[in-house]
Every structure is written in structure tokens, then in C-alpha cells.
Design a protein around this ligand. Structure first.
Ligand SMILES: *Cc1c(COP(=O)(O)O)cnc(C)c1O
Length: 392
């Protein structure tokens, strides 16, 4: 595995641990954004992105965060006054509601209780009653650790003729996202995938990444003018085809880093990455269960990339996380009504088995310091049993 010069273990739902070769890439000489040497690296990064997502369409890598990528996905496919259906399994699913409304898009929502998946029958009912231009799915909702069941949702949506927009900000490169895959029937494919650099790809924050397939590009064409300028993919297509052209200055050093991040992703291979993340997620949740810590999501619905873990009675959120931070382990608090009641731990990107095992130990030690009596070696055995048993 890659060497890490990091002093802390950043096991939050992103940014995630950055390996040395990515830092080294980031620290390369800043060149002109139109320099042929930079353009070659940018082109390679775009090719690698296409290869990762197996798309026959266009990919866009621009300065911004995941939220900008969400905005690009919406404004380039849906016109003000048109309708979208948001499938929400938490805070980031809900973000599409506000985002759509900001552009005058009419938004309906199918929401799940936090910690559960949406009921596909409700989705079906909603789709049967109304014609939607697009449906948004959050692949892994970072607030709850719940994964969406694409095998079930994509075919239902496609039967009703809507575009499928997939928010992969906490999933892309770790959970299966294959734009060439037909879900159930011919051409039932994911149309748009959006993500950011800092989560399962393991690159520092700062890049918004979006892929459009041919169906989504045809939808863009029909729109004519869109309510965006920086976010209009038509301003970016010429640059993505020829990075020596200029529209708005790309973050040169981040593109170096992203290209190295994508090299590592493809070197490991997608199948291996999907299996590795699945195993890590299961292993972390099973080990924490030994401490009496339960995941919010049921195991069958749990994301491979991060887990939202409920505190046992008597463990104080702020004190627990501060003590872990003292030991060099950073985990995240929970959002909205779960704040104080749960914490979130990321297990994605270039996070290693050694790091996660160490995290299990540190969490156990911290609990014992705070008056609990948990079996650390048992938790470590459970962790290793699952994480190592998988032949990645
Ligand atoms: C983090 C996250 C976002 C927002 O990404 P930013 O980079 O913070 O803008 C959106 N969706 C999901 C699922 C996320 O995990």
C-alpha cells in the first residue's frame, strides 16, 4: 500500500486520507493551464475518469466541490418549470430539493426514515402518477450511511422514461457505478453520475466531477439556454476535448493530484475496489458492534464507504471525539436530529486495513477510559476476520 506522511487518521466521510504519491503530484511545478505538458496530464485524467465510469458520453472535471457537480447535473438536464423526483435517504438527498428549487425546478420527494432505504413501491407510485424529467438518487447518503439499491431503483425509473441522476459523492470509485450497465432491460442505464475528488477517490477537496451519457447530452441539447454560465457543460465541452483551450482556469495542481488518484483507482481495479470497500464496511460495523455500538443502517442497506454509528447509553459525543482526536483519529459528528447521538466513520478511498484496525483499537481504548469495559482484542479479531477473509 501507499506510504502516508499524514500525522492523523482522517476517517470522516471526506476528505479522506491522502497518500504520499498524491501529495507529491500536488506539489509538482505549477504550469500554465494551456501548457501542452499540463494538457497531456489533464487529458489522461479525463480518460481515466471515463474508464472508471465506463461512459460513452462526456466527463467534466472542474474546480468546485460535490455540490457544484450536483448543480451541473440538474441545470444541464432539467429546465425551470420541469419536474424532478428526489429519492432521499438523508441530508444529501434533501440537498437536491433546495438545489432544484433554486433554479425554479418543480420538486417532488420520496423520503425514507433516516437509517432506512426508500420504499420502491412509493417510488413506483410517484412515477406512475406524474411525468418527471429526472429522478435523483444519492448512492450513499453520508448523513445516514444508507446506500441506495440501484438494482431496484434504476429499472423502475427507466420504465417511466425519466433520466437517472446519481449522486456518487460518497460512493464513486468504491461502490459499483458503471454507466455501460443495463439495469434489467436494454438502455436502462444511469444517465448522469456526479462526484467530488475528496471522498472515495482520495484526492484533496476542490474538484467537481460529472459524467453525462448520450441520453443526458441529448437532454442538454433540447434545453437550449440553461440558467448557468460556469456550470453550463457547453462551455466546458471544448476544454474537455482539448485541455489547451481556455474557458476558466483549471486548478492545475489539483488536476495533477487527481490524475495520480485516478491512476491508483484503476491500478487497483474497480472490482477489487468494490469488494475491498464492502469488506471494510462490514468489518468496521461488526467490530464496533462488539463494543455495543450499532450502526444506524441495517446491514443489508449499509453503505460500503462510511457508517453512522449510534452511541451506547452514557457516551458523550464531544468528549468521545475529542479524546479520539488527541490520539490522532478524527471521526465526524452526526447531522441534524442525530447530532450528539451518533458519530460517522469513513472507510473509503485510500484508507487501509491497518488504519481501520488501529481505529477499532483507539475507539475501544477511549471507551474504556470513559468508564466502559469493552473487549478490544475480540473486536480486532472480528474486524480482521471479515476484512482479511475477503480476497480483494
Ligand atoms: C459530501 C457530499 C456532498 C456534498 O459535497 P461537497 O463536496 O461537500 O460539496 C453531496 N452528496 C453526498 C452524497 C456527499 O457525501
Amino acid at each position: 500500500m501507499e506510504r502516508l506522511r499524514n500525522e492523523e487518521m482522517l476517517l470522516i466521510p471526506g476528505p479522506t486520507p491522502v497518500v504520499d504519491s498524491i501529495y507529491d503530484a500536488l506539489a509538482q511545478e505549477t504550469r500554465s493551464h494551456t501548457d501542452a505538458r499540463f494538457a497531456a496530464i489533464f487529458r489522461e485524467a479525463l480518460e481515466r475518469t471515463k474508464e472508471m465510469l465506463k461512459t460513452d458520453g462526456e466527463v467534466f472535471v472542474v474546480s468546485g466541490s460535490g455540490t457544484l457537480a450536483m448543480e451541473m447535473a440538474i441545470i444541464n438536464t432539467v429546465a425551470p418549470g420541469e419536474k424532478i423526483l428526489v429519492i432521499s435517504q438523508g441530508y444529501f438527498g434533501d440537498r437536491f430539493i433546495k438545489l432544484g428549487q433554486a433554479f425554479g425546478v418543480l420538486v417532488d420527494v420520496v423520503q425514507s426514515e433516516w437509517g432506512k432505504q426508500v420504499d420502491p413501491i412509493e417510488v413506483e407510485k410517484q412515477l406512475a402518477g406524474t411525468q418527471y424529467k429526472a429522478v435523483t438518487i444519492t448512492h450513499a447518503d453520508t448523513s445516514t450511511g444508507v446506500a441506495a439499491d440501484l438494482e431496484v431503483l434504476v429499472p423502475i425509473i427507466k420504465q417511466h422514461g425519466a433520466l437517472v441522476i446519481l449522486d456518487g459523492v460518497c460512493a464513486t470509485a468504491a461502490m459499483e457505478e458503471d454507466m455501460s450497465k443495463e439495469y434489467g432491460e436494454a438502455n436502462a442505464k444511469i444517465d448522469v453520475i456526479l462526484t467530488g475528488s475528496q471522498k472515495a477517490i482520495g484526492v484533496p477537496p476542490g474538484l467537481a466531477i460529472v459524467a453525462f451519457n448520450q441520453t443526458a447530452l441529448a437532454a442538454r441539447e433540447k434545453l437550449g439556454q440553461v440558467p448557468g454560465y460556469y456550470t453550463d457543460i457547453y462551455n466546458w465541452i471544448p476544454i474537455m476535448h482539448d485541455p489547451q483551450k481556455y474557458f476558466a482556469t483549471p486548478p492545475v495542481n489539483l488536476v495533477y493530484a487527481y490524475n495520480e488518484g485516478m491512476r491508483l483507482v484503476l491500478e487497483e481495479g474497480m472490482e477489487k475496489r468494490y469488494k475491498r470497500h464492502t469488506a471494510y464496511g462490514k468489518a468496521v460495523r461488526a467490530a464496533l458492534a462488539v463494543y455495543g455500538m450499532e450502526a444506524l443502517a441495517e446491514e443489508t442497506a449499509a453503505a460500503a464507504t462510511l457508517s453512522c454509528i449510534l452511541y451506547p447509553e452514557g457516551l458523550d459525543d464531544a468528549g468521545f471525539r475529542a479524546a479520539l482526536a488527541q490520539k490522532g483519529l478524527i471521526v465526524a459528528g452526526a447531522l441534524a436530529h442525530l447530532a450528539g447521538k451518533a458519530f460517522r466513520i469513513g472507510h473509503m478511498g485510500n484508507t487501509t486495513e491497518e488504519m481501520l484496525e488501529r481505529a477499532i483499537v483507539l475507539i475501544g481504548e477511549t471507551m474504556n477510559e470513559q468508564g466502559f469495559s469493552v473487549d478490544i482484542s475480540k473486536a480486532v479479531d472480528v474486524f480482521k476476520g471479515i476484512a482479511t477473509a475477503q480476497a480483494f
